[in-house]
Design a protein around this ligand. Structure first.
Ligand code: NI
Length: 398
């Protein structure tokens, strides 16, 4: 039998409960900061484990403190996110979403469930110190992690672990490595203020549309000519708006785009170059340009080397030596787990979620689904991450 099948056989009753919980959460998905039913359900499941404490945080989130063997030992944290996306589900699953236009298309139903599963496993076989199990709202809008941190609920945590389902990998494969894992995600806006005119008299205008086209073309040179080609970076313009009629040159245009980078220096360079190009191209076209950021953005996910070592040891202990696989290339999507890593060391894992013979379906697709064997794998690995980190941090206290 494979390590995954062994684990399922050894944890039969828990596995059944996890699959049932995941299907219930999947059937009732809720958008960011509206996870009311989800938060209530998870809070009551966690309360039934008799933790030291269950707290509601960040509006719809939950933090449970699972008792360790030594109340004075260092505290570690595990995080699962719980929100869904504004997508109309097209999986045809018997437990498909009943909330029209809302879907768990990023697997956060699984993340919530495996975090609960880790809490159950740690209740049965405690870590050295207490473990804070965080059910975090609003990851998809990049605001939930900051809200959890602001609540103070993680103030005494020394290290944090989290994980994402990943259909590029099969069930039983886990990515647990130090360094960059996911990108920063920042939204920029460029507003162009020109001078409108009749479309037949362009010489009387300062045309913001022609200027916008020049800016969009020039922005492509940032990645091509400013960023070291060995360093991942993305500049994408995804929204443009201007004009009311084919024969009128408008006085204003607006574009919005996203910037992705895997380290702070590249992230800063992207921002500076967008501003420089927009300002100088605007000046050449006699158009006033205002560059601004939309929202706060999230930093890159960069895994701490020691936390990653504990995570890799945990995955090996649960699944065997072949389980830990390399990430390959970093994922240029954002992940607000990065905010925790600004406050404490942390490791974010990727957990394989595809059966051998299945196709790779990207997250945020209306067809997205997860092989349910991955739920118990995530729970076992995260619980073991907490035990490994807790015992190592405790040992160095003496
Ligand atoms: Ni996600």
């Amino acid at each position: 039998m494979s390590a995954v099948a062994d684990a399922a056989a050894a944890n039969g009753p828990l596995n059944g409960r996890l699959v049932a919980l995941r299907r219930d959460l999947h059937r009732h998905p809720e958008l960011s900061f509206a996870e009311v039913r989800t938060g209530d359900r998870l809070a009551s499941e966690l309360a039934a484990l008799s933790p030291r404490r269950v707290e509601r945080v960040a509006r719809t989130g939950v933090v449970a403190r699972i008792a360790g063997r030594d109340p004075s030992a260092p505290v570690v944290a595990i995080r699962g996110d719980i929100d869904a996306l504004p997508i109309h589900e097209a999986t045809g699953l018997p437990f498909a979403s009943v909330n029209d236009g809302v879907m768990h298309a990023c697997g956060h139903d699984v993340h919530a469930t495996w975090a609960y599963g880790a809490a159950a496993l740690l209740s049965a076989h405690p870590a050295t110190g207490d473990v804070l199990v965080v059910l975090q709202p609003a990851e998809e809008v990049g605001e939930g992690a900051s809200a959890v941190l602001e609540s103070g609920a993680l103030d005494d945590a020394r290290v944090i672990f989290g994980a994402h389902v990943d259909r590029r990998f099969t069930v039983g494969q886990v990515v647990a490595q130090g360094g960059p894992l996911a990108a920063s995600a920042d939204t920029f806006e460029i507003e162009l203020i020109g001078r409108g005119a009749h479309g037949a008299r362009p010489h009387e205008s300062a045309d913001p549309i022609v200027c916008m086209a020049a800016i969009i073309s020039s922005l492509q040179t940032i990645v091509a000519r400013r960023v070291n080609p060995a360093t991942p970076a993305v500049v994408t313009v995804g929204m443009v708006s201007a004009g009311t009629a084919p024969n009128v040159i408008p006085d204003r245009a607006v574009l919005r785009g996203t910037l992705r980078a895997c380290d702070d220096a590249t992230r800063d360079l992207l921002h500076a170059e967008v501003r420089a190009i927009a300002t100088h191209v605007g000046a050449a076209h006699h158009v006033d340009v205002r560059v601004s950021s939309v929202g706060t953005g999230v930093p890159p996910v960069v895994n701490d080397a020691r936390a990653a070592t504990w995570a890799a040891e945990a995955a090996t202990a649960v699944l065997g030596a072949d389980a830990v696989v390399p990430l390959g290339t970093p994922n240029m999507a954002g992940e607000d787990f990065a905010w925790y890593q600004r406050r404490m060391p942390g490791c974010f894992l990727r957990v394989g979620a595809r059966r051998e013979n299945e196709a790779v379906i990207a997250a945020h697709s209306p067809q997205f689904d997860v092989a349910e064997d991955a739920i118990l794998v995530g729970a076992l690995v995260l619980a073991e991450c907490a035990r490994q980190a807790s015992s190592a941090l405790n040992a160095e206290r003496r």
